[in-house]
Design a protein around this ligand. Structure first.
Ligand SMILES: [Zn+2]
Length: 212
């Protein structure tokens, strides 16, 4: 199995890229955020476990996260290519993955992007209350009450997560956590970097080269 970890700040576009790379069905994309939401919605055993922590606003313990990842990896044939998005978040989690030959990480790709651009991207995001689509004020001149381009829903709003204060806090938490992961993967010789401040198709092309 070839496991690639995508590292990048909120707003770096790593989720979008992972989704696009998985479109042809040759690469499996696991976003731990999406997996947890699905497990909770399905009321599975692991979903129930996760819900207890999430309801308390706490992070999930490493063993629950590892169990979630292993459940996803287990059914895949050995020849599979996998992208992990949102995991590992800590060096302890990275070590836990590397402990088992089946979940050992082949490479980590860091999506590099200047912080001021991230701030602009995140604070400029507006979300449709009805369908959840998001738009950027720069690409869709935002007027309060302007309707959604996807569903014609009437109300686009800024998530509290995307306010300037919270964005600053999210980015600084990310930076602290990510520093440990960067040095961990760099020590193992598994760290690759990508300029993520480019057009989406160009980034995808570089990723395909790096992952082949
Ligand atoms: Zn909508």
């Amino acid at each position: 199995m070839r496991i690639t970890v995508f590292l990048g700040a909120p707003g770096s576009g790593k989720g979008t890229q992972a989704k696009r790379l998985a479109e042809d069905g040759l690469v499996h994309h696991f976003s731990t955020g999406d997996m947890l939401r699905a497990a909770i919605a399905a009321g599975s055993e692991i979903g129930l476990k996760a819900k207890v922590y999430i309801d308390k606003g706490e992070l999930l313990p490493d063993d629950v996260m590892i169990e979630l990842i292993n459940k996803a990896l287990n059914p895949l044939p050995d020849s599979s290519k996998v992208i992990l998005d949102g995991f590992p978040r800590t060096v302890a989690q990275a070590e836990a993955l590397d402990k088992s030959p089946r979940s050992r990480v082949s490479e980590a790709i860091m999506f590099e992007i200047p912080e001021e651009i991230l701030v602009k991207r995140l604070t400029g995001r507006r979300v449709c209350k009805k369908c959840g689509s998001s738009f950027h004020v720069e690409f869709m001149p935002f007027e309060p009450g302007k309707s959604c381009q996807d569903c014609k829903g009437e109300f686009l709003y800024q998530r509290t997560d995307d306010s300037a204060d919270v964005v600053g806090r999210r980015l600084s938490i990310f930076k602290t956590q990510n520093e440990g992961l960067l040095s961990y993967y760099s020590r193992l010789g598994n760290l690759k970097k990508i300029d993520a401040n480019k057009q989406v198709d160009l980034i995808q092309k570089s990723l395909v080269d790096l992952m082949s």
